[in-house]
Design a protein around this ligand. Structure first.
Ligand SMILES: [Zn+2]
Length: 372
């Protein structure tokens, strides 16, 4: 678990089964109660089968999310806990049921485990939750949690200049833009890292790894495009395409070092099928989050009157975007092949406009992250 800091939003837990995986799992009942120790809330899912699940908490609008491999929910539930406000259940029809418990306060998962089936009981998935202790500072304010962490990735560098036009080099503009954007974001209290701070070559894989090492909540690769047609100008934003995602998922599942890419999942112990379901779940969430960021960016660009491509949000299989668990986007600030864009982007003052839109998109995105 060394890849995960204690603040990490995800608590991915995995139960592996040899015999029951193929059988249909039905949620029979959902029970909650506050334990006598007064600090623990226990959630029990009665299940017809023991199947794979993932579980994590979200602090923003406190919630506990359980994704469980199950075909059907027949669960009546009784909420006898003071911590739980309500339960929302969503069956995606593809064998995964998501249970979202809205909580009255920030909580952490104290433990989670299965209890065996016996004559009286079904299989029981037990989750013990505890309220996070409020740390009071001198100002009587809540101790801030881990700040939202962003890794900015200035494209290219070193031997690889990226696009070169009109004496401008993409690698220089991307580095300047990332540094300037960092200043804007630092002011907002986010934790901002750069994959490179100077003119050096960094492989795409290493860029992803830096984002992972920083425990990033968002990864933004910054580029400046170049095409033959000089008149093409404006910004665009890329997220990973479906097709690429699937291929990557398949490739990842085969790779021995997949554990490096998926925090908290020990692939050695995991049945391949279960593994790919979990990877898929995680990737789907990441993909949705990336797409939502892209849409926010596009609207901010429009609000700011900055020029964008006709379809500013596009999909492609950029290797740098393939982190399974970090929402990732690639922003093309404009076109170095267009004289106006080139001039615009190489000037700090005018470049600030697109960076302002980008920083506003980040602020909005952080706000909307609480929706599930
Ligand atoms: Zn580039």
């Amino acid at each position: 678990m060394k890849y995960i800091s204690k603040y990490f939003l995800f608590f991915l837990t995995l139960i592996i089964l040899n015999d029951c995986f193929s059988k249909q799992n039905i949620i029979k009942r959902i029970r909650t109660s506050d334990k006598i120790d007064k600090v623990t809330t226990r959630i029990v899912l009665d299940l017809s089968q023991k199947t794979a699940y993932s579980i994590f908490t979200l602090d923003n609008k406190p919630r506990l999310v359980i994704d469980i491999e199950a075909s059907e929910n027949k669960g009546t539930y009784d909420l006898k806990s003071k911590l739980i406000e309500k339960v929302r259940i969503n069956n995606n029809g593809k064998g995964i049921i998501r249970l979202v418990f809205d909580l009255k306060g920030k909580a952490f998962i104290e433990k989670n485990f299965y209890l065996k089936k016996n004559e009286k009981n079904f299989y029981r998935l037990v989750v013990d939750l505890q309220l996070q202790k409020k740390v009071i500072t001198k100002k009587k304010a809540l101790q801030p949690k881990k700040p939202f962490t962003i890794t900015l990735d200035p494209g290219h560098g070193g031997l690889d200049p990226g696009a070169v036009k009109y004496s401008y080099r993409e690698k220089d503009i991307t580095l300047l833009a990332a540094k300037e954007l960092k200043i804007l974001l630092d002011k907002k209290g986010y934790q901002v890292h750069l994959t490179r701070n100077k003119d050096e070559f960094i492989s795409l894989r290493k860029r992803r790894n830096i984002a992972k090492k920083n425990n990033s909540d968002l990864f933004i690769s910054i580029h400046v495009d170049s095409v033959k047609k000089k008149s093409t100008r404006g910004t665009s934003i890329y997220t990973l395409s479906d097709k690429a995602s699937d291929k990557v998922t398949a490739m990842l599942a085969e790779r021995e070092n997949k554990v490096d890419l998926i925090a908290g999942i020990d692939s050695n112990k995991v049945d391949n099928e279960v593994f790919s379901i979990l990877l898929d779940l995680q990737r789907r969430d990441t993909k949705n989050a990336s797409a939502s960021f892209a849409e926010i960016y596009v609207s901010k660009i429009r609000d700011n009157g900055y020029r964008a491509l006709r379809r500013p949000h596009r999909h492609a299989g950029f290797a740098v975007l393939k982190s399974p668990d970090i929402p990732s986007v690639l922003v093309e600030l404009g076109f170095l092949s267009n004289p106006k864009d080139a001039k615009y982007l190489s000037n700090k003052k005018s470049r600030a406009r697109v960076l302002k839109a980008l920083s506003e998109a980040i602020i909005d995105y952080v706000r909307t992250r609480s929706k599930i």
